[in-house]
Structure formats: structure tokens, C-alpha cells
Design a protein around this ligand. Structure first.
Ligand code: NAG
Ligand code: NAG
Ligand code: NAG
Ligand code: NAG
Ligand code: NAG
Ligand code: NAG
Ligand code: NAG
Length: 630
């Protein structure tokens, strides 16, 4: 009997293992072994595309040497589709831009030795409002395969509220796989829903940040988030910081060179740009190994054949000398360092391993180290933005806890332990703590909402009452500054399984400052407390970080939790007048009164203006009739 059970058990185990083996099978074809290089229509042409443009571009990519330099993808972005499907679900192509359809265009591109890419969105409409692929993934994948598409950029616009991105993107991935054609699948989710946690198995590249803009600050901001997750990319699943903005007329020559150098060292997909080199076959992204805010960066990464790439960047608005020790910081000894833009060569064998480089503002130097060997793996001086990122202690001067050290723990909103759901996303930000924040929280784009979930909050003095200081960024555009009348942001807070609690935060209508607001919360666990920020109805502020400090005296800590558990009420509570940092917001009554005051003032001014206008009109007419009588 025992043996029978034993055999059944083994059989079950075997089946479970088989299941796992299946799940772990590499689903992604192995053709994307180096990051894709090519050209895309969007940054320059937007929706103004047609079949002439594609033909001309294909010709130019060959005649001007782009193809020879490795840029082999020619990708159509948004607006090749119409707004409609046929009755059998086949997508209808924009008849004005592509009167002969997509197939002849793809054939022409292929005839030049190039590969052909296309675009859609995991929603009901694309970002430009054309027909997208949600619920028609199979139809569209079939069309792409019939036309000979080699690359699909799949965007994240206009989806149904609450359907997670991993699910929507999986449908298209499976549909593409079913066609049997090798189609590069570019997951374009701007880093939402912690893209790097699920997308490496989903697509051949995954976006980590909001769209790039044609300015230097945008590049600095993207690196702030991308550098944290760049190591998760590699052959078959490239981390994508977005396309290149080179040659679009705003970046200086130095900035363009820096932009290009870091992008290629990070093994980013190089879509659009000038030519430097083919991508290295090893496919290991360079890591940011030194970063001084608004000052300098050093990036380093291994290349094939025992060589290495180093990029040194000057962020300062004036020239500076930057020094790197090749052996201690990069773990590379002997050989040569060749600067790839100037072709200057430094012999590292008998000289010191220290390179000093004078760099103009926003310029970089990019070295390839060859003919030497690795002494140790790369070491980085940068702490990843996991939570808790900063721990400070302060000595209390209140009577309650005289002489006690009270820990204050700061949790960055962009911390990688946090889950950023829906449309919410991390964004680089020069004035923010940690260099980034989380934007698009609350009801952003009805019905799509964004949520910030802190999952790993520690009760530093054990379960009990804590003061939570919320540091928020006031607004990032005038049209989205909270409530127009009340000048307040609304935010829903949930702590562990407690009742939701709404707060209203003052808006100063100035995106260049951060503001504070403090509220009390009860943490009833030692580790992994959860704090959720969202709002199904209103737009919330962007959050930079939260800071937690024990609120009750040490000896009463336990008592508070017991009381809270007995009452089972909300585990968020208002602090006293002077603790909250926003006195008018301490009680609902004062808040309502204050908001009412502003509204009243507004209405009074409006009424006064209208009355005055009416009066003037009346006088004017009166005078006219008076003159007429005369
Ligand atoms: C969309 O296609 C259907 C037929 O499939 C047609 O009846 C309808 O008029 C089309 N709508 C537009 C806006 O072209
Ligand atoms: C769907 O209809 C279009 C024309 O309306 C036709 O070209 C296409 O072959 C049809 N597809 C299927 C799968 O029936
Ligand atoms: C860089 O170093 C060189 C040589 O030591 C020196 O002449 C130059 O003034 C330095 N430049 C800056 C900006 O410090
Ligand atoms: C390094 O120095 C040694 C002797 O000091 C010399 O024999 C050798 O050629 C030098 N190597 C290079 C690459 O300059
Ligand atoms: C690899 O590096 C060695 C020197 O370390 C060099 O002689 C050789 O040409 C390199 N091979 C390739 C394929 O680049
Ligand atoms: C670098 O790290 C890898 C794995 O982490 C290890 O196998 C390798 O020996 C290390 N190389 C050096 C030179 O320390
Ligand atoms: C963070 O919290 C989640 C959920 O409670 C848990 O699964 C995860 O292991 C925690 N991570 C760390 C680093 O503590």
C-alpha cells in the first residue's frame, strides 16, 4: 500500500515538475541577441506618414550607410491604421496614407535588406486615437505575419480600467508566437506596474520610464530611474530607456554624443540616430557605478573578448576634470584605453591606472578597454533605491521621551520595493529626494487610475502609532493641479486592512517646490506593513517620499495597538494642530471652512464683476436712448 502511495506521489511530483519545466521554457525566440537598431517615424513625423515617406526612408537608410552601420529596422509608429475594422475583425489600414496597404510597403523595405516594424496599443485605441488591438490580438498578429512584419512596438494607451498590463501584453505575445514568425515584441509601458518585474519574459525589450523629450533634463531624469533596473536587461529582453533624440535640433553636439554614448553602453535599443558602432555580442548592459547629482557619472560594463566600456559624464554647466581609477573602480588591469570619439589611446600597462579627463559641460568620454584582464567584478558606489532608503535618528526634546533616540525612516516613493499600479509611474526629478518621484496617482485619466503601494514598511519601534510625513510634489502641469476651486489635492490612504481614509493636501500651484503634510497611522505589524495611496474619484499629488517617526511614547506603544485592535476603527488619525504641517487641514471643519472661504471669495468677485458689467451696459444704453431722444 505504502509503495502505491509512494508511486502516485512520485508521479504527481513528476507532473508538477514537468509543469514547472514547461513554465520555465524559454518562450522568447533567441533572435534578439543584440539590442535592435533602427529608425522610427514618431519623433520626427508623428501622424504625418505615408508610403512615400517609408520608401524614401528605406532608400536613405541604405544609401547613407545606416544599414551598413547596423541600423536595420525601419519602424512605422502610430497612425498607419484607420479607426475601423472589417466585419470579420481585420484591421482597416488608413486608405489615404497607405492606399495599397501595408504589404507592398513591407515588401519594398525587405527588398532593400531592411527589416520592417509596426505599432499598436494594448487598449481599445492607440495613443493617437486609431484602432488598437485589445480583444483583436489574434487578428492583428495574423495580419502582421501575413504582411511580413518583423517588429511590433506595443503601447499602453486607452485600456479598460483595472485590467493589468501583464495580462494585456501576454495576449499579444501569445498571438505573435502562434503566428510562428519571428516578430520582435517591444513592450512600451513606460515603467508602469513595475514593468521590469514581468516584462523580461514578455517581450524582447521593455520601457522603464515615461517618454523621452527633446531636452537634456529629460535624459538626466530617465537615467535616474533606468539606472536602477538596467541590469535586468540582457540578450532577448533589453531594458529600453526610449528612442534617441539626436539630430532633432535641441541637444548640443556634446549632449547628443553623451546621450548616444550612455544609451549604447547601457545596451539600449538604438532606434533612430547616427552611426558609431555595431552593438557588442556579449549584451551586458553598463551599470552606473558612480553618480554625483548634477555633477558627474561613471558607467562601466563588460564587453566580449575581455574588454570593457567606460563612460564618464560631466553634468555640470561648466568644464571639470573627472578622474577614474580603472583598476579599483572598474576592476580592469593592463591593456589600453581608447577614447571612441577622439580615438586617443592611453597605455595602461606601465602607467598608472588613473584616467583624468577634462570634460566640457554635458560632455562625455567613452573608453573601450582592451588587451587587459578583469581583476574583480564591477563595484558600484550607488545604493539602489530599495526601501528604507534613508534612516536618520533624532534626539527627542519633548518631555515624553527625554534623551531617547527616535528613529525616522524615509521611504522613497520610487523605491523598487513599492508597487506602482495602473497609470502611476516613477519619474526622474532634479528637485526630488532620491532623484525621482511617483506621478499620476489617483483618477488621472478617467476611468484610468494610478496607485502607489508601499509594501515593506517596518514598524521601527514595534507595532504602534506613527507620524507619517508625506512629502509631495505640488503639480506638474497647470491643468492638473488638484481641485480648481479648493486648491487641494485629494488622496485616499489605506494602511494594512484598515478602512480607507481621505485627506486633502494644499496645492501651491508651483511645480518647483515640494510640500509636507503629516498624519498619524497605526502599524499593527512589525514588518511588511502596507500603505496604499490612490483615489478612485480625484487626481492626487505626485509623491516624493514618506517619513515615519514613532508617535506615542515608548512605554505606551503596545497599549495603542491593543486599543486600536479592540475598536477596529480606521488606522489613520488626524494629528494635532501643530503636528500636521497644514493647520487648516487638521479637522474636517476647518478644512471645509477654509475651502468655503476661497470659493466664497471667488463667487463674490465674479458677482461683483458681472454686476459692474451689467451696470455699465445699462448706463451705456441709457445714454444712447437719451441721445436718440435729443
Ligand atoms: C466601419 O466598418 C463598417 C463595416 O465593417 C462600416 O459599416 C462602417 O461604416 C465603418 N465605419 C467607419 C467610420 O468607417
Ligand atoms: C476579412 O475580410 C477581408 C475583407 O473584408 C478579407 O480580405 C480577409 O481575408 C478576411 N479575413 C478572414 C480571416 O476571413
Ligand atoms: C584640469 O586639469 C588641468 C591639468 O591639471 C588644468 O590645467 C585645468 O585647469 C583643469 N581644469 C579644470 C576645469 O579644473
Ligand atoms: C613596460 O615596462 C617594461 C619594463 O619596465 C618594458 O619591458 C615593457 O616593454 C613596457 N611595456 C609597454 C607596453 O610599454
Ligand atoms: C581580442 O583581444 C585580443 C587582445 O586581447 C586581440 O588581439 C584580438 O584581436 C581580439 N579579438 C577580436 C575578435 O576582437
Ligand atoms: C564575478 O562574479 C561572478 C558571479 O557573480 C563570479 O563567478 C566571477 O568569478 C567573478 N569574477 C571576478 C573576477 O571576481
Ligand atoms: C515586501 O513585502 C512583500 C509583501 O508583503 C513581500 O512579499 C516581499 O518579500 C517584501 N520584500 C522585502 C524586500 O522585504
Amino acid at each position: 500500500m505504502f509503495y502505491l502511495y509512494y508511486t502516485i506521489f512520485l508521479l504527481l511530483l513528476y507532473n508538477v515538475l514537468l509543469l514547472y519545466a514547461k513554465a520555465d521554457e524559454p518562450i522568447i525566440p533567441s533572435f534578439a541577441t543584440t539590442p535592435p537598431m533602427g529608425w522610427n517615424t514618431w519623433n520626427k513625423y508623428g501622424c504625418a506618414i505615408d508610403h512615400h515617406l517609408i520608401q524614401q526612408t528605406a532608400d536613405a537608410m541604405v544609401s547613407e550607410g545606416y544599414l551598413a552601420a547596423g541600423y536595420n529596422y525601419l519602424n512605422l509608429d502610430d497612425c498607419w491604421q484607420s479607426n475601423n475594422r472589417t466585419d470579420n475583425g481585420t484591421i482597416v489600414i488608413d486608405p489615404l496614407a497607405f492606399p495599397f496597404g501595408i504589404k507592398p510597403v513591407a515588401d519594398y523595405v525587405h527588398s532593400k535588406g531592411l527589416k520592417f516594424g509596426i505599432y499598436s496599443s494594448a487598449g481599445r485605441k492607440t495613443c493617437a486615437g486609431r484602432m488598437a488591438s485589445l480583444e483583436y490580438e489574434k487578428n492583428d498578429a495574423k495580419s502582421y505575419s501575413d504582411w511580413g512584419v518583423d517588429y511590433l512596438k506595443y503601447d499602453n494607451c486607452n485600456y479598460d480600467e483595472g485590467v493589468p498590463a501583464p495580462l494585456r501584453f501576454r495576449h499579444m505575445r501569445d498571438a505573435l508566437l502562434q503566428t510562428g514568425r519571428d516578430i520582435f515584441f517591444s513592450v512600451c509601458t513606460w515603467g508602469v506596474e513595475n514593468t521590469w518585474e514581468w516584462a523580461p519574459e514578455m517581450g524582447h525589450s521593455f520601457r522603464t520610464h515615461d517618454d523621452i523629450y527633446n531636452d537634456w533634463q529629460s535624459i538626466v531624469d530617465i537615467l535616474q530611474v533606468h539606472s536602477q533596473v538596467v541590469h535586468l536587461g540582457g540578450p532577448g529582453h533589453w531594458a529600453d530607456p526610449d528612442m534617441l533624440e539626436i539630430g532633432n535640433g535641441v541637444l548640443s553636439i556634446d549632449e547628443s554624443i553623451t546621450h548616444f554614448s550612455i544609451w549604447s553602453a547601457m545596451k539600449a535599443p538604438l532606434i533612430l540616430g547616427n552611426s558609431l558602432t555595431n552593438q557588442d555580442p556579449l549584451g551586458k548592459p553598463a551599470l552606473r557605478i558612480r553618480h554625483i547629482k548634477e555633477d558627474q557619472d561613471v558607467w562601466g560594463g563588460p564587453l566580449s573578448n575581455n574588454s570593457m566600456v567606460v563612460v564618464i559624464v560631466n553634468y555640470k554647466p561648466y568644464p571639470q576634470n573627472i578622474t577614474v581609477d580603472i583598476s579599483t573602480e572598474l576592476g580592469y588591469a593592463d591593456g589600453y584605453a581608447r577614447e571612441l570619439w577622439t580615438q586617443d589611446e592611453i597605455n595602461l600597462v606601465n602607467s598608472s591606472s588613473i584616467i583624468t579627463q577634462t570634460l566640457r559641460p554635458h560632455a562625455c568620454a567613452m573608453y573601450k578597454l582592451t588587451h587587459g584582464y578583469l581583476i574583480h567584478n564591477l563595484t558600484t558606489s550607488i545604493t539602489p533605491s530599495n526601501n528604507p532608503s534613508v534612516t536618520t535618528t533624532m534626539t527627542s526634546n519633548t518631555n515624553k521621551q527625554q534623551g531617547t533616540e527616535i528613529p525616522t525612516i524615509r521611504y522613497e516613493a520610487e523605491g523598487l520595493n513599492n508597487l506602482v499600479q495602473g497609470l502611476a509611474r516613477r519619474k526622474g526629478c532634479a528637485l526630488c529626494s532620491g532623484g525621482a518621484y511617483v506621478m499620476a496617482i489617483g483618477n488621472v485619466n478617467r476611468p484610468q487610475t494610478g496607485t502607489l503601494i508601499y509594501r515593506n514598511i517596518t514598524a521601527s519601534l514595534g507595532p504602534g502609532e506613527y507620524t507619517m510625513r508625506i512629502n509631495y510634489l505640488d503639480c506638474f502641469s497647470w491643468s492638473t493641479c488638484g481641485d480648481f476651486f479648493t486648491r487641494r489635492w485629494h488622496l485616499r490612504i489605506r494602511v494594512n486592512n484598515g478602512e480607507p481614509y481621505w485627506i486633502s493636501l494644499k496645492s501651491k500651484r508651483n511645480p518647483t517646490i515640494t510640500s509636507d503634510y503629516s498624519i498619524g497611522i497605526v502599524l499593527d505589524k512589525q514588518e511588511n506593513n502596507e500603505i496604499i495611496f490612490d483615489d478612485p474619484n480625484a487626481y492626487g499629488p505626485s509623491i516624493d517620499y514618506i517619513e515615519l517617526t514613532p508617535h506615542t511614547p515608548l512605554n505606551q506603544h503596545q497599549y495603542v495597538v491593543q486599543r486600536y485592535q479592540q475598536e477596529g476603527s480606521s488606522n489613520v488619525f488626524e494629528l494635532s494642530f501643530w503636528e500636521s504641517g497644514d493647520p487648516l487641514a487638521t479637522t474636517r471643519l476647518t478644512r471645509v471652512l477654509a475651502d468655503f472661504f476661497w470659493e466664497l471669495l471667488f463667487i463674490v468677485i465674479c458677482c461683483a464683476l458681472i454686476l459692474r458689467t451689467l451696470l455699465l451696459l445699462y448706463k451705456h444704453r441709457h445714454r444712447l436712448s437719451y441721445y436718440k431722444k435729443l
